[in-house]
Ligand binder design. Structure first.
Ligand SMILES: [Zn+2]
Length: 419
């Protein structure tokens, strides 16, 4: 490993790379070029993503004052007539049952998100549309328009028309201060429109057991308004450093690298990979995923969707390298879950933010949070740890998944809409 090479590549990669965007494609080309600079070929594998096209969205207070509120339309939620719907406004707090008794014919504000179960209850209770929130209470004027364009993941049997918009939490506070009696909501969209995202895949064939594969993954997309330096530029450069190592030190087993697109909209890249490569999954002995590494503050986590012996070994090796890991067994909200849900043993590394600490998924996720030396340290550890498995005499990873995964697998697939 070259000193700070991970950080130098991160400097190139730390720009907004939203799922399915031109910028995501630009990042994919950077990854391909970096692999090729080390003499390893890489390919871009496209896949289709939902990209609902909102054509009109508006929210305004109509009484007792007249005021426009900046919002974005939530894709796939439904639509209003062209002129919108004007209806009484009601705040339902976090959407607890007690607050959704008087919503019939009204437009509701929920500051507790809009999970499918809440949506179902509100539709049944006769609510007409909803407003949900994003961002922070202490945001300022400049953040009013930094509201992402999201879409809802709805269960297949949900065919209801329940249009929703999203506003900044700071804006929501102003909305409540205006004590609105009625509001108008306009949302027009083509909810079935599709877009294209892509994975980047590279491979170095094993010298002794090429049919056995250790697959490294990291998502390289970011959310809107974020450079995604920490989440997950860091993981992306971490597996690039691992590739750098194996390019110079040929592995006994095959090592494959997958930079996943569209993780941020629901693990779509890794799931697409598992579908597109279904017949090869039996050869993958372990998926090692990285989602957020290399920052000075926070807790290092190692998450096991594989036999616990692998995690125990990782914790032990971490100590050898002076890195403490907290551990958890089960499915993680990252790409390792797509592999585990496809019956491939998987594990994930991630540095969690300290309490009250640095932010991800916001404009504050910049390279300033990432430390070059810390990044080198985690890359060195990750490489050494993986080499123990990649170059082991026998396959050291049991195939069976732990109970924590088998118990949760089907529920998680439904939750993510993976099929
Ligand atoms: Zn992430």
């Amino acid at each position: 490993m070259n000193k700070h090479s991970a950080y130098r590549f991160l400097e190139k990669l730390a720009f907004e790379r939203v799922s399915g965007s031109e910028k995501e494609l630009e990042a994919a080309h950077l990854l391909v070029d970096e692999c090729r600079s080390m003499g390893v070929d890489a390919v871009i594998e496209p896949f289709s993503i939902p990209a609902p096209a909102v054509t009109d969205v508006r929210l305004e207070i109509t009484s007792p004052i007249q005021q426009e509120i900046y919002c974005t339309g939530v894709g796939r939620t439904g639509q209003t007539p062209e002129e919108g719907i004007e209806a009484p406004f009601v705040y339902i707090y976090g959407g607890e049952d007690e607050y959704i008794t008087d919503v019939k014919g009204k437009i509701v504000l929920s500051t507790g998100g809009m999970k499918p179960e809440l949506r179902k209850k509100l539709v049944e209770a006769g609510a007409l549309g909803y407003i949900t929130t994003w961002g922070g209470y202490y945001d300022d004027e400049t953040m009013k328009t930094q509201v992402p364009h999201r879409f809802a993941r709805l269960p297949k049997d949900d065919t209801s028309n329940f249009p929703g918009v999203m506003i900044n939490l700071y804006t929501a506070k102003q909305l409540l201060q205006a004590h609105p009696e009625t509001v108008r909501l306009v949302l027009r969209q083509d909810k079935d429109a599709k877009g294209e995202s892509r994975n980047v895949v590279a491979e170095i064939r094993g010298t002794q057991k090429p049919e056995e594969v250790v697959l490294f993954s990291a998502h390289y997309d970011s959310v809107e308004f974020s450079n995604g330096a920490w989440d997950n530029g860091t993981g992306s450069v971490t597996i690039m450093e691992i590739l750098r190592y194996y390019a110079a030190n040929p592995p006994k087993r095959t090592v494959r690298f997958v930079w996943c697109g569209s993780e941020e909209i629901g693990l779509m890249g890794s799931w697409a990979y598992c579908k597109q490569h279904a017949d090869e999954l039996k050869n993958i002995i372990l998926n090692i995923n990285f989602d957020m590494t290399g920052v000075l503050m926070g807790n290092n986590g190692m998450f096991g969707s594989c036999d616990k012996s692998v995690i125990d070994y990782g914790v032990f090796m971490g100590k050898v390298h002076g890195i403490h890991f907290q551990t958890r067994m089960g499915l993680m909200p990252s790409d390792s879950t797509s592999f585990a849900c496809s019956d491939v043993p998987a594990m994930s590394f991630g540095t969690m933010t300290p309490k009250g600490g640095a932010e991800i998924h916001s404009r504050r996720d910049t390279i300033d949070n990432v430390d070059p030396d810390e990044l080198d340290q985690i890359c060195a550890f990750a490489t050494a740890f993986s080499a123990e498995i990649v170059n082991a005499k026998i396959n050291v990873v049991p195939r069976a998944l732990p109970k924590e995964v088998t118990d949760e697998k089907e529920k998680m697939k439904t939750l993510l809409g993976l099929e």
